[in-house]
Design a protein around this ligand. Structure first.
Ligand code: OGA
Ligand code: MN
Length: 204
């Protein structure tokens, strides 16, 4: 039976053996829709910021999305639901994999048609805080012909394409998997998250 507990156990096992895995129905359709609706409202209100890359934090053609960070002390109702579930998953991963993940950070991301994110690693050069990357998708009725896959590069040189279907959560180890976002023919919305460990010293 696909109870939340067995779902979380399965993804913990996948992370242990493969270093990555997918939870197909991380939230119900209604809860996912509420997040998608909020993301559209923020986009319409121009409360998304073009994403930046690198030490100079300059906007770049390497990355075409605009983002809006969740604020831990000011979560909306749909964000609260998502963050609680992600936190429950974090606790399961700590228990089953002994990862020592202390917190999550999350942002909405909207990629306009034609925008992508070139191949990269989520572990930042100046910090080893990010241990697990999670991406939750908000797009109803996504078709393969729409493009927009996240292409995950595996250690053996092959790759896997994960499509951004509403309700899908992708997890992978931040330090190990390079990945890219392929351009789509339609707008593509996601929540990108990182489960963080305590860092050894002042990294910033
Ligand atoms: C990122 C990222 C993937 C996605 O924000 O670092 O790789 O599918 N996002 O949105
Ligand atoms: Mn990434």
């Amino acid at each position: 039976m696909n109870t939340p507990t067995s779902q979380f156990h399965d993804i913990a096992t996948a992370l242990t053996h493969e270093g990555w895995g997918v939870v197909p129905d991380f939230l119900s359709a209604a809860k996912t829709q509420a997040l998608a609706e909020e993301c559209r409202v923020l986009r319409d209100a121009q409360r998304l910021t073009p994403a930046k890359v690198g030490a100079l934090r300059t906007a770049t053609p390497l990355r075409g999305d605009s983002t809006h960070w969740f604020q831990a002390d000011a979560l909306s109702a749909p964000q609260q639901v998502f963050v609680e579930r992600l936190d429950a998953l974090r606790v399961t991963l700590n228990r089953e994999l002994m990862l020592g993940l202390v917190e999550c950070e999350s942002h909405y991301a909207v990629y306009p048609p034609g925008a992508g994110y070139t191949r990269h690693l989520d572990r930042l050069r100046d910090s080893d805080a990010r241990v697990v990357s999670a991406v939750f998708y908000l797009n109803q009725a996504w078709r393969v012909a729409d493009g927009g896959a996240l292409r995950l590069y595996l250690a053996d040189g092959s790759s896997r394409d994960i499509f951004p279907h509403a309700g899908t959560l992708l997890l992978f180890l931040s330090a190990q998997f390079e990945h890219e976002v392929l351009p789509a023919t339609r707008e593509r919305m996601s929540i990108a998250c990182w489960m963080r460990q305590r860092t050894s010293g002042p990294m910033f």
